[in-house]
Design a protein around this ligand. Structure first.
Ligand SMILES: [Ca+2]
Length: 503
């Protein structure tokens, strides 16, 4: 169903009052004209492309799936028929970047549109600042029901995933999710999850469990004619590697770790098939945008390798640590089998979706690092006009279309420059050989670091300071609020490495 809603100019702050007045005349004349059934088909299509809509939105993210771990990207052993079908039915990004080379930072970037260190999430296990404004909050204000399913990892707790308690100051409900079935960190077969703070015990593969629960949420909202925003963050193929026996059969000649890692990806792919099939049987696939990606690059010590020949792995700013699979499917609006070479990143999700639904332009913090991918999803081919910035553990990188500048090393920093189109494996450092590009990108790097320093001083927030109450990363088993659970959880396989030896 298509509807005309109040349109917000995408950059109201830059238009000035005269611009807003003109925009108002434009939108009111549009609404006077706007019976879409009266318009010729081509015009209707143009209106669909440009005007705010309320599709259901489903963001799906794997945990540690590397760039090379799909069969559409020619993995030598792994078959991902459902991701392949999704890619064939929608737009596939072949240069899509995580926010950082580890998990929590990318999650913060997905929800805020901001590079991770601006948000307080320096590395894994850091808490997202409550001062941040999030996409689910913006979508709530735009009339959406919002739900989170799976791994959270934005509440400052480290260690294997445990149910998030209702007393947690940083649970998903405090960042804009109406409903949540979530766990602090990675989770595996037969998990304990927390439904809005109440602990529930599940049986089965973790990916399939969260997809079934998410589908119930989506179907329930569809029955109420309410648009839904659903976040599904898998625990796979992150360690511990525990796959169903049947899913490991194609990999019996691999070592136990690799066999189970790839087995988890088989189940993850199957859950994508289940999600897509059920959206179709509910009859809502044309009104539902599904955006799939991974949270960081591939893991080392897995065979065959996980990064599709790129340099580096999870934890590094080289391509293997940050470039990830990404697919966007929306059958009524994105033509099939679109392959985008445009360099895109998780920070682009917020501006893309905010533009799409016409959410309030001021519903998010003003300092944003992404750009709307809506033109690219509609088939435009253009150069990116904004660098993709990274900051992780005292190291920095920026990507400007084909070029990437890295600032590596802690005590003695040094720079490396690569042309990613000619040299995707980052084998030939051009920093000395191409001084004019190097100089230009050093200016951009300086601008990125200056902007980041303003964020670190709290200047992005209305308070102009950082609230010091944000929790430092800690392990859940040391927290007072988790003590009542430790005895019974000690029997569970996923917690034995943490709780063994305790009373
Ligand atoms: Ca991860």
């Amino acid at each position: 169903m298509r509807r005309i809603r109040c349109m917000i100019p995408p950059a109201a702050a830059q238009l000035g009052w005269f611009g807003i007045f003109c925009w108002g005349l434009f939108t009111s004349s549009l609404s006077l004209l706007a019976n879409p059934q009266d318009a010729p088909a081509a015009d209707r299509e143009d209106q669909d492309a440009a005007s705010p809509q309320s599709p259901n939105i489903v963001l799906v993210m794997a945990d540690d799936q590397g760039w090379g771990e799909t069969s559409y990207n020619h993995h030598p052993r792994l078959k991902t028929p459902n991701l392949d079908q999704m890619a064939a039915a929608g737009a596939r990004f072949d240069r899509f970047y995580a926010g950082a080379p580890v998990c929590s930072p990318t999650r913060a970037s997905v929800l805020t549109g901001r590079s991770n260190r601006r948000t307080g999430v320096e590395s894994h296990g850091y808490a997202l600042r409550l001062q941040e404004r999030t996409l689910p909050q913006a979508l709530q204000a735009a009339g959406y029901s919002t739900g989170h399913f799976g791994k959270w990892h934005l509440n400052g707790l480290r260690g294997p995933g445990v149910p998030i308690l209702s007393s947690d100051s940083h649970h998903p409900g405090n960042f804009g999710f109406d409903h949540w079935l979530s766990v602090t960190n990675f989770f595996d077969r037969n998990p304990l999850l927390s439904r809005d703070g109440r602990i529930e015990d599940f049986r089965g593969d973790s990916s399939e469990i969260v997809v079934e629960e998410a589908l119930q949420f989506i179907a329930g909202q569809a029955a109420r004619k309410r648009p839904s925003f659903t976040v599904i963050w898998f625990g796979s193929p992150h360690s511990p590697f525990v796959a169903l026996d049947a899913d490991t059969e194609p990999f019996m000649d691999l070592n136990e770790t690799s066999r189970n890692h790839y087995g988890e990806l088989v189940a993850l792919d199957r859950s994508i098939g289940r999600l897509r099939a059920e959206l179709r049987s509910l009859g809502i696939e044309r009104e539902t945008l599904v955006w799939y990606c991974s949270d960081n690059g591939g893991l080392p010590k897995i065979t065959p390798e996980t990064v599709g020949g790129l340099r580096g792995f999870k934890g590094q700013l080289y391509e293997g640590g940050v470039r990830v699979p990404a697919i966007v499917e929306w059958p009524s609006h994105i033509e099939p089998t679109r392959i985008a070479k445009f360099p895109a990143c998780v920070m682009d999700m917020v501006p893309t979706l905010v533009e799409l639904v016409g959410a309030q332009a001021d519903s998010l913090l003003g300092v944003q690092d992404g750009t709307s991918l809506w033109p690219i999803l509609r088939g435009a081919t253009e150069r990116r006009n904004k660098v993709i910035p990274f900051s992780y553990q005292d190291e920095f990188a920026i990507i400007d279309n084909e070029f990437k500048l890295l600032q590596l090393g802690k005590a003695s920093k040094h720079y490396e420059l690569y042309n990613l189109e000619q040299d995707p494996g980052e084998s030939e450092d051009l920093f000395e050989a191409n001084p004019s590009i190097a100089r230009r990108m050093l200016v951009d790097m300086q601008a990125w670091q200056t902007s980041l320093n303003r964020s670190l001083s709290g200047l992005d927030y209305p308070e102009q300071s950082v609230n010091a109450e944000n929790p430092e990363p800690s392990r859940w088993e040391t927290q007072e609020r988790y003590q009542p659970y430790l005895k019974s959880w000690g029997q569970r396989p996923e917690y034995q490495s943490v709780l063994n030896g305790r009373d």
